[in-house]
Design a protein around this ligand. Structure first.
Ligand SMILES: Cc1ncc(COP(=O)(O)O)c(C=O)c1O
Length: 395
């Protein structure tokens, strides 16, 4: 055959052409969503793996359980009971390839094109993309420094119902929200759950950042407050250990899990499960304490530098007690969407607020990840950011 085969006429109607982009990093990379790379417990994971292999290694001869390795599911049950205050049965847990897969499976199981979904007004980009691929109509509900505002959420629900829309579900990140870093207080969780019950709208709780608290008290999970079965709980080992492990989990009603299963293309790795369970069974508390100290120092370095550079210009930034992100709000005249490329070329990477908004709002905002770079680089990078804006006569 002289000519290369052309697939164009064969692509399925549901397939989309997705750009396969190479990740490029700015000198000061605040655009990423990574936990501190120096906290990855390489030796601990190796030890955990080695122990796991000597006990259960022969089982690798079989294809793993479709719900994920039973011993990891049992471990997750225990973690959820201790850390998140609810009891779950291993049969209600599906181990997934990161929480991204968990979210995607829930979205696929629950969403038809044109369905109405509510998220926070700024929401994790990965989920926003998944919702768009599922052709959902996404509406953002107002946030303040304490996360979703229950009254605003109810107003939005009423408005949508009045327009004849049926709201399929609410997706929310209650602890150290990505991108704004906010954490919902208990009272708001109770109020939001009441709203979900009143209008019978399921709530997907993405608890991806819960292990990364360095100040204050962890708030009870939505799932622990729920007696109606409306809450689907999603979490991950990516932020506690490493994204490269690709391991997360979801707790949902068995009827939902069965539908999710119809979109799961393969089982999650039993090999990785052995390493995670082996390591965390013995080292969870030490490991969490180590991450917390490091995150606190990095966050302080960034917020101090923000104060020094942007303290006098009417800018605002969040002061999270954990997680990975600071949310920066500049005066309206500073368009960070437009400035993203210029800043990147000069060495400062960030993601503008508009990327996280279903409606494309938030040009004057940005998400800054404080977790990845060192405290010194957090300080120097924010200083450079200030210098760039100064050179452009914006501050
Ligand atoms: C809120 C939230 N959910 C899910 C994910 C996906 O993470 P993973 O698939 O690595 O668990 C991320 C990643 O940054 C996130 O911020």
């Amino acid at each position: 055959m002289d000519k290369k085969f052309d697939y164009e006429s064969l692509f399925s109607k549901s397939s989309l052409e997705i750009e396969i982009s190479k990740v490029s990093h700015a000198k000061y990379d605040f655009a990423v969503a990574y936990p501190p790379p120096e906290t990855i417990p390489l030796n601990g994971l190796l030890e955990g793996l080695s122990e796991g292999l000597s006990k259960e290694g022969k089982d690798l001869a079989y294809y793993p359980d479709v719900m994920g390795a039973l011993s990891l599911r049992e471990f997750v049950c225990q973690k959820l009971q201790e850390d998140r205050g609810f009891f779950s049965d291993p049969d209600e847990i599906m181990i997934t390839q990161g929480s991204a897969e968990a979210n995607n499976l829930v979205i696929q199981a629950l969403t038809d094109p044109g369905d109405t979904v509510i998220t926070e007004e700024f929401v994790y980009l990965g989920t926003l993309r998944q919702l768009r691929r599922a052709k959902a109509n996404v509406f953002g509900s107002k946030l303040d420094e304490n996360g979703l505002i229950p009254e605003e959420l109810e107003n939005l629900i009423k408005k949508l119902i009045k327009k004849g829309k049926k709201i399929k579900y609410i997706y929310t990140i209650p602890e150290f929200q990505n991108p704004t870093g906010s954490t919902l207080p208990l009272e708001r969780r109770v109020q939001i759950l009441k709203i979900a019950e009143k209008y019978l709208i399921p709530l997907i709780e993405d608890d991806c950042y819960v292990d990364l608290r360095f100040e204050g008290k962890t708030q009870p999970s939505f799932k622990s407050l729920d007696s109606s079965g409306l809450v689907i709980h999603v979490a991950s080992f990516s932020k506690l250990l490493a994204p490269g492990l690709r391991m997360g989990y979801v707790i949902a009603d068995i009827s939902v899990l069965k539908r999710m299963m119809s979109f799961k293309s393969s089982q999650s790795s039993q090999f990785v499960s052995l390493a995670i369970e082996g390591f965390l069974t013995k080292n969870m508390d030490n490991h969490k304490n180590k991450i917390r100290e490091i995150l606190k120092e990095k966050c302080n370095a960034m917020t101090t530098a923000l104060g020094e550079n942007f303290g006098g210009i009417n800018a605002k930034w969040s002061n999270p007690g954990g997680g990975c992100y600071v949310w920066l709000t500049m005066p309206e005249r500073i368009n960070l969407t437009k400035l993203q490329g210029v800043c990147f070329d000069k060495g400062v990477g960030f993601i503008p607020g508009s990327s996280f908004s279903p409606e494309g709002l938030g040009d004057n905002c940005a998400r800054l990840c404080f977790a990845y770079e060192s405290p010194e680089k957090n300080r120097d990078g924010i200083n450079l950011f200030g210098e760039i804006l100064h050179q452009l006569n914006l501050i």
